[in-house]
Design a binder for this molecule. Sequence first.
Ligand code: FAD
Length: 455
Amino acid sequence: MAATDFDLFVIGGGSGGVRAARIAAGHGARVAIAECDRFGGTCVIRGCVPKKLLVYASRFGDEFEDAAGFGWTLGSTPTFDWATLIANKDREIKRLEQIYEGNLKAKGVTTLATRAALDGPGRVKLADGSHVTARTILIATGGHPTRYGDIPGAGHIVTSNEIFELKALPKRIVVCGGGYIAVEFASIFAGLGVETTLIHRREKVLRGFDEDLRDALMEALAARGIRLMMSEAITGIAQDGVCFNVALRSGGTVKTDLVLSAIGRAPSTGNLGLETVGIKTGPRGEILVDSFSQSTVSGIYAVGDVTDRVNLTPIAIREGHAFADTVFGNKPTQVDHTLVPTGVFTTPELATVGLSEQAAREFGHELDLYKARFRPMRNTVSGRNERTLMKLVVDRGTQRVLGCHVLGPDAAEIVQMAAIALQLRATKADFDATVALHPSAAEELMTLREKWIPT
Ligand code: FAD
């Protein structure tokens, strides 16, 4: 075999690419990785991490309000400064970015700050026109926000890419979309005191999640003052001085200072030179791969959002790790894409692992359902009128817990732990046999005794 510059060339320095590069280098491979923007990728630079920091910021209002019931008197009205939050967020993101690149270098990976594309078998073309050769190539270029359709004024719309860099907090915002990114941003801005409208073309938000949680979340968001306009779409945006008039499909307009579109994401496969090697893509442009993340072309692999399997950071990381173990560690590893716990960081928070009631029925399970809706202890004294929802979906025959769904404070922390039980194929009896940790919200999952009969 002809000598190559590297054993592995990774295109994209996000969650999946960085993990793959580090692990492959640890297995002794000569590795290079190209990143055209910032190391860390979507999750670190403009996704999970900055979003969670904004979520924290958005929840202090609740703390201030709830404190009164616990005897606290806060002096002057608390004020919020967006510029301080963004500057502190930027500092933390910079720190993480440096850690990501530093960890690569520490493993001996060659890092290249450039765009890269395939240019024939085993050849990668860099932005300056030079070429690099590699025995194996990994595509980990992630995804990008889908732009709103061809409507008048679409140029005024911002996406999740730009939202983290806003110079000032708007007074009013219209958020378009109904997926987790849309509801999270609606919740963030509402929590920061912004008059928030959520416009979604379907009847409900969070398609694919358990119906009870979808309903309860929408109820909670509305109760928190978010204007929900479902089965609605925007048909145009007209600038009106410093603000915008957003035209609605049903007639009428909404006045706003900012329009954020979070209507979906698409795999980033444009200008990647896929055609130079004949890699096959699916209907959404995603790179088609087998269970070891190999594309339809031998020696070229793809992991993470660019493959559009389960578009979450821990999955991109697992796929990158499994790829490196398989190809360079002599340890063939497949990633299990079932039982992926996931959180939606609205306020209240929502998290889920396993099957929704509806999905379980579609798979043919006869079900026992357990559900509790209760006021968390903290709300009894604070006076906050918001309820937690917990639901277990149990297979009637085997009594195996198929799904665990929580809406309420710390839902993500609770469900992460419940995920271990589901991974170990716990039954309802195993949950019941687990001693409750009292007083906690999570203990409710151990004490769900009454079967819930849907009406
Ligand atoms: P990415 O992290 O997107 O990395 C791809 C990298 O490739 C990018 O840095 C890009 O600049 C680079 N690149 C692209 N093309 C080229 C090229 N030709 N040459 C060189 N470099 C290139 N997931 C969760 O698990 N939890 C969350 O709470 C969560 N919140 C999110 C919030 C938002 C607003 C968004 C947008 C996403 C969120 N995600 C979350 C999803 C998560 O960020 C992604 O699933 C994850 O980042 C995918 O990793 P990846 O390695 O596939 O791609």
